[in-house]
Ligand binder design. Structure first.
Ligand SMILES: [Zn+2]
Length: 84
């Protein structure tokens, strides 16, 4: 669920702030009243960009070689003894 009144504010430096009202001063570039409401379209594009960046990172990482599954079933079956 989204919290109502939580607006996405974007500074000219790229700093993002979530809140009902923008901060007076940007904590990154220290500029006053530099925050503007980020339109949802921009937010979506940003999210897509972030996802694509993540995917690229995953591809860049070397994949761990998967260990072959051990097959011990046959030996277990052989261990079974008839108790009579
Ligand atoms: Zn800023």
């Amino acid at each position: 669920m989204k919290i109502q009144g939580d607006i996405m504010w974007g500074c000219s430096c790229g700093h993002i702030f979530y809140g009902e009202e923008p901060p007076e001063e940007c904590e990154k570039c220290n500029s006053l009243d530099s925050f503007i409401v980020m339109p949802e379209e921009i937010i979506k594009i940003r999210e897509i960009d972030m996802l694509e960046e993540k995917l690229e990172l995953d591809k860049a990482e070397p994949k761990n070689a998967k260990l072959p599954k051990k097959k011990d079933n046959s030996s277990k079956q052989n261990r079974r003894r008839s108790k009579k």
